[in-house]
Design a protein. Sequence first.
Length: 489
Amino acid sequence: MITVKELKNPHVVRRDLLASLVVFLVALPLCVGVAVASGVPAELGLVTGIVGGIVVGMLPGSKLQVSGPAAGLTVLVYEAVTEFGLATLGPIVLAAGLLQVVMGLARFGRWFRAISVSVVQGMLAGIGLVIVLGQVYAMADTEQPGTALAKLAGLPGLAVEIATNNEALTAFGLGAGTVAVLLLWPKLPARVRIVPAPLAAVGLATAVAALTGLRPLVADVNGLLHAIDLPGAAEFGNLANVAVIGTVLAFALIASAESLFSAAAIDRMHDGPRTDYDKELVAQGVGNTICGALGALPMTAVIVRSAANVQAGATTALSRVAHGVWLLLFAALLPSAIGIIPLASLAGILVHAGCKLVPVKEFGPLWREHRGEAVLLAVTALAIVVTNLFEGVVLGLLLAVVKSAWETSHVQLSTRRLTGGRVVVTLTGNATFLRLPRILEQLEKLPQDQPMELDLTGLRHLDHACRVALENWARRHNNGEIEPVTIRR
């Protein structure tokens, strides 16, 4: 939220307006690229960027992180549009936004910080892999297969297509050149890097295509007002569909997690006020509610734009609000400029963004120090590639819970013989169903011809499965001539 005191300081206003121009130049190609990759009109990406800047930028939560369409939701949006149609996207996004508002008001924001980091990293890695597998086809102006596994299996055929088809080779060259510029740009002198890398990469690819007379595929542009399609009653009726409800939950949870993890990362980059997670969740929800009402893409806080905002010297929310104004002016005054950008170049932007979501450098140290967390990350990512985003994340969360339960359910079994030959078996720790096979294996090795007592008073936790299993063991363990095992609780 911008204060009057901040606006009265000309130094702050000038610095933040300059920062907003940097963020605008970073956001512009990403808004268009995410929209195209999501299977919706390019202008809808700009609508989400405008709402994320102007509306969310004015709300409390985080002062410096910038919201808009994100590569992390591309896969989910594409699946939703393919399965339910573009007209249903608006109600889905609106419902997800309202759910985010409710979660924020209920103070659920802080609980997103309890989600396993490995699951989140696995989610982002899986999304990144799916984005790369899909956009590498778009880089060659070639239709992509329907599933991630089909895309993976089709890569040899894609290589043959690029090698034998001049149009595919030309488009792939523009896309590969875009990726090369993005990789090399950070190594150039600082005075060159004043121009953001995504803008430079797209601009150079567009210039090359124009100057050499190449005719790659470009986005179909109809103007901002033509792209906005307000959903009607029939579209909102689709929210009664169970599959649509599942998509709403996936949108809300994944967008919230990505936004709040982005906020945590951005807070480490500056010394200003910290993010209020509950208020930020409400702000994201309000933004998504408006985007849904306009039939646009869902939004999250985007780490690339947010980092650019901080690095450009922004200190107030003015920079992110102003970046939304620049996007609005561009969409209103220069929409035809989008129609000259090669789709292969935008695909290259998304391939680069997808690769950055895969934590290749972090995986090795994680495997050496916390092997279980590394397995959790890898399984979540692969599950997303093999199934879909929602099922992959749910599997990752379940595995995280099981892993945590396994690590905390330590139980020890000891025996001692009393005078008179009675044997006392003592269990201490946490007895859960995860340790039940080992407990029963040890108990069944005990002699069956001696009086015996099972002491459970040292257990901190005994779940129902273990209780029933131990009672059954006590009844049947000893021979008929010996008294049954007694249990002391």
